[in-house]
Design a protein around this ligand. Structure first.
Ligand code: G4P
Length: 191
């Protein structure tokens, strides 16, 4: 998505450890117009996939997931990383290890919000090692629902997540696909 690639070139910063800082438009300060356009792009790709719900993990996945849900006109569910007073039991849970933060999180979704006939689109801001997506795959398998697609705003194709989703046979759409970082510059994948 050209407008996103241009924005990454303009406002993104490459940090040590192959981390792209995009907190001025994606995951801290949010550009709602861009988010809306990205939601429309996800919907364009998955409009014929029979999606019934969009799934994500809090917190940075929520904004693009809501926009995708808005354009697909389906509900959006975010897995929680912390149990809340109102979310105690009757949960689907999975373990998610964050390589960047080096912590293990249990993610949870209330069982009431998923049923076997659901066909879900998983949406997230980054696809890096694929841990968040794997956690949602695990929950989907336990719940007996179909994962009809994965949509990510930015994938770092050189990390494990891209291949993991491809190997799972699930259609993957990345709005921006980063092949590598070279001398602080972002090199986008060509296809
Ligand atoms: P994953 O995102 O594919 O699951 O893999 P990984 O375990 O490597 O990522 C851990 C966290 O780091 C994730 O956020 C992910 O979005 C974020 N992350 C990975 N690579 C980058 C990057 O290049 N730039 C930025 N800004 N973030 C990156 P999280 O722990 O789920 O946190 P949250 O922000 O959603 O709460």
């Amino acid at each position: 998505m050209k407008i996103l690639e241009d924005r990454i070139r303009q406002d993104g910063t490459v940090l040590p450890g192959n981390v792209l800082k995009v907190d001025n438009f994606l995951n801290h300060q949010i550009d709602p117009q861009l988010m809306d356009q990205m939601g429309a792009e996800f919907a364009r790709h998955f409009k014929d996939a029979g999606i019934t719900k969009v799934l994500t993990v809090e917190s940075s996945g929520i904004a693009p997931a809501v926009m995708a849900g808005l354009h697909l006109q389906v509900p959006v569910i975010f897995a929680r990383k912390h149990k809340s007073l109102t979310l105690q039991d009757n949960l689907y849970t999975a373990k998610v290890y964050s390589y960047t933060k080096q912590v293990n999180n249990d993610i949870s979704i209330d069982r009431r919000f998923l049923s076997p006939e659901d066909r879900v689109l998983i949406v997230d801001d980054f696809l890096a090692n694929g841990q968040a997506v794997q956690g949602l795959f695990d929950i989907a398998a336990t719940a007996g629902i179909t994962v009809a697609g994965v949509g990510v705003v930015i994938e770092k194709r050189f990390q494990k997540g891209h291949q993991m989703v491809v190997d799972a046979g699930v259609p993957l759409v990345a709005l921006a696909s980063i092949a590598s970082f070279a001398d602080g510059q972002v090199i986008f994948a060509q296809d």
